[in-house]
Write a protein that binds this ligand. Structure first.
Ligand SMILES: *Cc1c(COP(=O)(O)O)cnc(C)c1O
Length: 401
């Protein structure tokens, strides 16, 4: 990660093609655009790349989650189960559609623990949102089997794992739909942008209409505004410049992943020399998108000690136990129920009472894992000098424990 490291002539060429027509809107402008539909082409190519039938581009990964949940019919009164290690966007989207997020434990994959998921299913559970954190798969086959048994749809938050696979099949294609983010720090990026993939035509149509005020796009490219509307919608449209960049980045995705894999292997070798170090369970090494490397030390004390040495030597790792954006006990606004709404929504219901209260100690299994976990981002490009410096620092840390 991230794709901006490889911006080049390909992105420039795609963008100029759009600017030469003057059409930034993804629909309409039939004659003026001279057959150039970058967002539509991006959708088609992204779906084909993943092995999905349909793709819907939107403005962000957060919007993709919201559009996906909305199309699945999730709303007020419903519960959605996700995991306590994810970016805040995953559960923001759940609140935004009016539902209440429920958090499951993670296991040594650093993703949803299927056993805990099953315990948290209630008659109100209307969707399950496992996240493929840091480029590697959740136990999606087990999660899907549990969900199927209960008749609950799975939406895979694949924001951090574009190009990742499990047993040859693309992440994002196991559930009813899969969402992606192309924000500024993701493996492939359009600056901002998102995508939802699905094999279900009816679901895709709902997403297509909802994300554009209810326009049905049935005659696109063609007339707009003459049609009726089936339901209320919103505006989450991607613009042509984003689609253009996305097309160029998609063509580079496999090469970026291959480069990351090489760097990750070198880092892994250096980390393995730290006494007691073990690695995150990656269910399919061949399908790993290798955007991060995560490892564990035997206890929290050793983890902090090792990271102190790494930090002092300019190679500090991410310690997610202290990270306020990705880890449940650190989400103070969630725990406190902080909202701009004077009514207290979404934490309070119309009757003024709390709909849900979150206990910071509710996920002890996740805490026991995160307290021992250190993470490095794996860049697409890493200089020989930086790799040598990191390797030397890791050797120093190994000597300190
Ligand atoms: C980045 C991210 C999102 C949100 O994507 P944006 O495009 O930034 O809105 C959602 N979920 C996860 C796990 C992410 O990492």
């Amino acid at each position: 990660m991230p794709g901006f490291e490889v911006f080049g002539d390909e992105e420039k060429k795609e963008i100029l093609e759009v600017l030469d027509t003057g059409v930034l809107f993804r629909y309409e402008f039939g004659e003026q655009r001279r057959g150039i539909y970058k967002v539509r082409e991006f959708e088609q190519q992204f779906a084909a790349y993943c092995g999905a039938k349909y793709a819907q581009a939107v403005t962000s990964g957060t919007a993709a989650l919201k559009v996906g949940l909305t199309a699945l019919g999730v709303g007020a009164g419903d519960e959605v189960i996700t995991q306590g290690f994810t970016f805040v966007a995953t559960w923001e989207a759940v609140f935004d559609v009016g539902a209440v997020p429920v958090f499951a434990e993670i296991d040594d994959t650093l993703n949803m623990d299927p056993a805990d998921l099953e315990k948290k299913i209630t008659p109100r559970t209307r969707a399950i949102v496992p996240v493929h954190m840091m480029g590697a798969p959740a136990r999606i086959e087990e999660i899907k089997a549990i969900a199927d048994r209960h008749g609950i749809p799975v939406l895979e938050d694949t924001a951090q794992a574009a190009g990742g696979r499990l047993n040859g099949r693309h992440l994002g294609t196991f559930g009813k739909c899969g969402t992606f983010s192309f924000d500024a720090v993701k493996t492939m990026t359009c600056g901002e942008g998102g995508m939802i993939i699905t094999d279900d035509e009816t679901l895709w149509r709902a997403m297509s209409e909802y994300h554009d005020h209810g326009h049905d796009h049935a005659v696109n490219p063609g007339g707009r505004g003459g049609e009726g509307r089936s339901f209320i919608g919103f505006n989450f449209r991607m613009m042509e410049l984003q689609g253009a960049i996305g097309l160029a980045q998609l063509r580079k995705l496999d090469a970026m992943i291959a480069a990351q894999k090489k760097t990750k292997a070198a880092l892994r070798e250096a980390i393995a020399k730290i006494p007691g170090a073990t690695f995150r369970t990656v269910l399919d090494e061949a399908g790993d998108s290798a955007t991060f490397i995560a490892f564990f030390l035997p206890d929290a004390e050793k983890t902090k000690k090792v990271n102190a040495v790494l930090r002092e030597n300019g190679a500090g790792a991410i310690y997610f136990a202290e990270n306020t954006w990705h880890y449940y006990p650190k989400w103070e606004h969630l725990l406190a129920g902080s909202t701009l709404a004077k009514s207290g929504w979404p934490f309070k219901g119309p009757d003024g009472r709390r709909r849900v209260v979150y206990d910071p100690a509710a996920l002890p299994q996740s805490a026991a894992i995160m307290d021992r976990c250190l993470v490095y981002q794996v860049p697409v490009k890493m200089s020989k000098e930086r790799l040598a410096q990191m390797t030397a620092t890791l050797a120093k840390a190994a000597a300190a424990v």
